[in-house]
Unconditional design. Structure first.
Length: 124
């Protein structure tokens, strides 16, 4: 199967899933919710026209895939920046060591430790 064909089939499956969710939301009441999907469902252009289901699905998929690519890109540039700036990398390491208490082997730091890393806040 070609990559283009696989992409088209995957897009159709995702569109069908989102179409089902849209139908369920419309059937339950007049309020589609206050999340991204509900906001897109309530949207009206200057002439009062709503987005079609395909337009809603395209926007949702765009947000999902853009977020993934953006996150990967930002992490790549952060790693390159730290690689190119050894003094800053060392400051981040020292800050992380101070902020995170000794952990048993194999246990990652808890999320609560991240706000207390001043070097990361200064440089990023």
């Amino acid at each position: 199967m070609s990559g283009r064909r696989a992409w088209t089939q995957a897009r159709q499956r995702l569109g069908a899933i989102l179409g089902g969710i849209l139908s369920e939301r419309r059937a339950r009441d007049d309020d589609p919710g206050d999340d991204l999907l509900g906001t897109l469902m309530r949207y009206r252009d200057g002439g009062g026209a709503a987005l079609s289901d395909d337009q809603v699905a395209d926007n949702v998929l765009g947000v999902l895939f853009a977020a993934q690519d953006t996150t990967a890109s930002v992490l790549t540039w952060i790693l390159k920046f730290l690689h190119d700036n050894p003094k800053i990398l060392e400051a981040v390491k020292v800050s992380a060591r101070r902020a995170v208490p000794r952990r048993p082997a194999g246990r990652p730091p808890a999320r609560r430790h991240s706000p207390s890393q001043p070097a990361a806040g200064v440089w990023f």
